[in-house]
Every structure is written in structure tokens, then in C-alpha cells.
Ligand binder design. Structure first.
Ligand SMILES: NC(=O)C1=CN([C@@H]2O[C@H](COP(=O)(O)OP(=O)(O)OC[C@H]3O[C@@H](n4cnc5c(N)ncnc54)[C@H](O)[C@@H]3O)[C@@H](O)[C@H]2O)C=CC1
Ligand SMILES: CC(=O)C(=O)O
Length: 372
């Protein structure tokens, strides 16, 4: 198969869809890999690193899209990119379609086959292609939150760990999944007073076992959310309903009830965000303030630690890229129901139930779409 890796063009996105080591595996399987010039340079992978592994460098995104049967990316295609997609083309990348009607329509109109990393499921549960970036974003969320609490950003000037004689900050993490666990691990490590809120009692039980008295666990209901949010210096939003738009768990009233100079980091912003006051921001201008509360809502947080993130992403995606390239998408999805769970759009049809229901499209099950 001809596999194309264009340079990412989302603002301040420095990751790339494939490492040189990943390109080497594809070439060893008999595939051709076309990489746009400088696609990996911000992550520390020069063009020569790809050519040394048998990949071919092309001088523009157009040339990569023209040459490829499968496009492997990191972020959802921007409008110039989905206009380049062809009806016979396979797209494998993060999509986050539920809160993004425009991109969904663009993919439908292109006629392409679009598989979203974030809805591929794991044989042992979980979301194996979302997890590595959730690990990165969870860890980064505490760094971002710490910076947001600094005076220079508009924060109250609070140090997460406090110092002897001055109490640590209160950090509330909403959602104790992969992002939440990595966030609370960093916050506990820095000495903050940490509370995690989840609707899964089993998950709260596991976290309680792991962290004991260093962590407060709270069941997710409106009353508990209200107190855990308004009492916190920093709130990290990390909920997910796979494939669907994030639930708006934190209302504007709760935000207004926080002390001025407090901060929120909405990691779930890529699925629309779980704070009513959230709107997407970029690494260039990551924060804004509502009711005195600093908001950080960057939709591609791992993009700022591109080298770590690109290794972690390719480690997870490569086995699936190889299945798609070796077998072709129809056979690969038929053989692997977990990979088939990633199929979001197939030749003009929406094949993910939550995306279809959030955006008012007709839902066509993946099995029916593949059989047609
Ligand atoms: N902004 C960015 O750059 C990035 C964003 N993300 C996003 O972070 C979000 C979280 O991802 P993961 O941690 O991997 O998901 P996950 O599935 O591992 O965890 C989600 C957690 O939310 C909990 N939850 C669901 N409904 C809840 C409710 N009403 N109240 C409290 N908890 C609730 C679940 O029980 C689960 O423990 C996703 O939207 C993901 O796309 C991930 C990576 C990067
Ligand atoms: C998960 C995602 O959207 C990201 O890593 O940017």
C-alpha cells in the first residue's frame, strides 16, 4: 500500500503521524511510505532519518495526498486537508467528530473512509490509541494548571505544593480515567491536596487502593461537583463518554463560585469540553479568563511535547497501521472488531453511533457499511 504522512498544520502542532522507525516497519512489509518534507522536523526527525529507513520525501502536502492510498496523521484534518481527501482514500488519525459538525460534513462529502484513533477499542477494555496521548495530556495538565495559577497569567499566585507553614493548593480532577489518573499522580507528587470525582465507583475504589489518604475520592453528582469545584484552586476536566460530546458537568454558576485567580484546565475540550465556559484555545494563546477564573483549553496538548508524544503515538498506532496496510481496510476491519470500532465515516455514511446521534446524522453500523 502507498502510505502518506503529511506535515501537521493545526496551530502549533509539532507531532508527526509516524516515526522513522514506524516507516521502517511499513517498508519491511513491502509498503511505500511518502513523507512530506519537514513533517517530522519539529519532533526531531529530519527528512534523512526517514529516507534512511526507506521512506520517500515529497515536497508538498498535495503530493503526499495525491500519492497515498492511506493517510496517517495526528490531528483531525483541517478544512484545506479534508478538501484534498479522495473517495478511494483511507484516513487514520484523531477525529473527535461529535463536537465538530463542519469536519464531519467535510469527511462525508469527501467520500473517504475515516478511522478515528480515539474510538478504536482494546481487547482488554480501554481505548488503546487514545491512552498514550491521554497519559501525556494528563501529566501536562498539572504543569499547565500550575502556570495558570501564576500571577503573570492572571492567576491568584498560588504554588501547588505550598511551603512549610503555608498550605498546598486544592486540586480537583473530574474523571479518574487515563487523563485523570496521570493528572492526579502529578498533583499528588507535587504535594497538592487532591480530590478525584468519577461516576465509576469501581474506578474510585482502585484509586483509593493506590493512593490511600493522599487522595480524596468523590462520587460524581451535582452536589459533590459543586463543592469540589468551588473549593478548588485548580480543576482539571478529564471526563469522556467515548465518541460522544463531553457532558457539561461544570456550570457557569460553579465557575463563578470559584475564588478569583483560580484555574481550570479542560482536557476534554477535544470532545467539546466539560465546563460550560470552555472554548477551544491553542498553544499560541492557551488561556483566557471568565468570571476571574483562568481557563486553559488547548485541544492538542501533547503537540507541545512532540518528540515524546510522537514516539508514544507511533508505538500504539503502528500495529493497526500495519493491519490496514497489509490487509486493506475492509479485511482488517472485518478481522478486528476493535479496529472496526474506530470507523467513524465510510464513503459518505456516519458509522459511529454517538457521532451520528450528537450531530443528527443517520447511523449506519460499521458492519452494514462494510458489507455494502
Ligand atoms: N486536549 C487534549 O490535548 C487531549 C484531550 N484528551 C481527552 O481527555 C478526555 C479524557 O480522556 P481519557 O482519560 O483517556 O478517558 P477515559 O475513558 O480513560 O476516562 C474518562 C473518565 O471519565 C469518567 N466519567 C464519565 N462520565 C463522568 C461523569 N459524569 N462524572 C465524572 N466522571 C465521569 C469515566 O468513568 C472515566 O473514568 C477525552 O475527551 C480525551 O479525548 C486526551 C488527550 C489529549
Ligand atoms: C487526543 C488528541 O486529540 C491529541 O492528542 O491531540
Amino acid at each position: 500500500m502507498q502510505v502518506g504522512v503529511p506535515k501537521e498544520i493545526k496551530a502549533a502542532e509539532a507531532r508527526v503521524g509516524l516515526t522513522p522507525a514506524g516507516a521502517r516497519e511499513l517498508v519491511a512489509h513491502g509498503h511505500r511510505v511518502f513523507v512530506e518534507t519537514n513533517a517530522g522536523s519539529a519532533a526531531g526527525f529530519a527528512d534523512e532519518a526517514y529516507t534512511a529507513q526507506g521512506a520517500e520525501i515529497l515536497d508538498s502536502a498535495e503530493a503526499v495526498f495525491d500519492a497515498a492510498e492511506m493517510i496517517v496523521k495526528v490531528k483531525e484534518p483541517q478544512s484545506v486537508e479534508y478538501k484534498r481527501l479522495r473517495a478511494d482514500q483511507l484516513l487514520f488519525t484523531y477525529l473527535h467528530l461529535a463536537p465538530d459538525a463542519e469536519q464531519t460534513q467535510g469527511l462525508i462529502d469527501s467520500g473517504c473512509v475515516a478511522i478515528a484513533y480515539e474510538t478504536v477499542t482494546g481487547a482488554n477494555g480501554g481505548l488503546p490509541l487514545l491512552s498514550p496521548m491521554s497519559e501525556v495530556a494528563g501529566r501536562l495538565s498539572v504543569q499547565a494548571g500550575a502556570a495558570a495559577l501564576e500571577n503573570v497569567t492572571g492567576g491568584a499566585g498560588v504554588l501547588l505544593g505550598g511551603v512549610p507553614g503555608v498550605p498546598p493548593a486544592k486540586v480537583t480532577v473530574i474523571g479518574g480515567g487515563v487523563v485523570g489518573t496521570n493528572a492526579l499522580r502529578m498533583a499528588v507528587g507535587l504535594g497538592a491536596h487532591v480530590t478525584v470525582v468519577d461516576k465509576s465507583i469501581d474506578r474510585l475504589r482502585e484509586l483509593d487502593e493506590l493512593y490511600g489518604s493522599r487522595l480524596t475520592t468523590l462520587y460524581s453528582n451535582t452536589e459533590n461537583l459543586e463543592s469540589a469545584v468551588t473549593e478548588a484552586d485548580l480543576v482539571i476536566g478529564a471526563v469522556l463518554l467515548p465518541g460522544a460530546a463531553a457532558p457539561k458537568l461544570v456550570t457557569r454558576e460553579m465557575i463563578a463560585g470559584m475564588r478569583p485567580g483560580s484555574a481550570v484546565v479542560d482536557v476534554a475540550i477535544d470532545q467539546g469540553g466539560c465546563f460550560e465556559t470552555s472554548r477551544p484555545t491553542s498553544h499560541a494563546e492557551p488561556t483566557y479568563t471568565v468570571d476571574g477564573v483562568v481557563h486553559y483549553c488547548v485541544t492538542n496538548m501533547p503537540g507541545c511535547v512532540a518528540r515524546t508524544s510522537t514516539f508514544a503515538l507511533t508505538n500504539a498506532t503502528l500495529p493497526y497501521v500495519l493491519q490496514l496496510a497489509d490487509k486493506g481496510y475492509k479485511q482488517a476491519l472485518t478481522d478486528n472488531s476493535h479496529l472496526a470500532a474506530g470507523l467513524n465515516v465510510h464513503k459518505g455514511q456516519v458509522t459511529h453511533e454517538a457521532v451520528a446521534s450528537n450531530l443528527g446524522h443517520t447511523y449506519v453500523p460499521a458492519a452494514d457499511a462494510l458489507a455494502s
